[in-house]
Design a protein around this ligand. Structure first.
Ligand code: DAT
Ligand code: MG
Length: 140
């Protein structure tokens, strides 16, 4: 196994609901280390780069609009297999379907908006993690 870094975002819904501490608590309780943290309102340029793989999909515009609608907490985490491990902590993309015990399953639900309001983002592969960390933490 390898020590990895992953990018976690507490999305505007998670931040505004005051769930940042709960998300960070779960990351630390799992045994991953926080190595960088920043609170910011992202620019559309950052989000276009961050979500480049979804460009052209019907939910892309609403997703970018939602993500720059408020503050986001960007966190770089580190640990053995933390990329897969945080995805597991986060749970399935649709919070209604996400398993209880996961962040989305315990804290999220359908708000009548869309599944983009699902509290957190986590990188999905080592390549994505490296690409995304360069966007949010160019100094790392
Ligand atoms: P994940 O965040 O679980 O990695 P993803 O990368 O497939 O999911 O999609 C990025 C975000 O886009 C996701 O968190 C919520 C939103 N999204 C995905 N699929 C969607 C859909 N079918 N309708 C609306 N929003 C969607
Ligand atoms: Mg994704």
């Amino acid at each position: 196994t390898a020590t990895e870094r992953s990018l976690v975002l507490v999305k505007p819904d998670g931040y505004s609901r005051g769930l940042t501490g709960e998300v960070l608590r779960r990351i630390e309780a799992k045994g991953y280390r926080l190595v960088a943290l920043q609170i910011l309102t992202p620019t559309t340029d950052m989000l276009h780069r961050h979500y480049a793989e979804h460009e052209g999909k019907p939910f892309f515009g609403p997703l970018v609009e939602f993500m720059c609608s408020g503050r986001v907490v960007a966190v770089a985490i580190e640990g053995e297999r933390c990329i897969e491990g945080f995805r597991s902590l986060a749970g399935a993309t649709d919070p209604t379907k996400a398993a209880p015990g996961s962040i989305r399953g315990d804290l999220g639900r359908d708000w009548g908006l869309a599944v983009q309001a699902n509290i957190v983002h986590g990188s999905d592969s080592p390549e994505s993690a490296e690409r995304e960390l360069a966007i949010w933490f160019p100094e790392l």
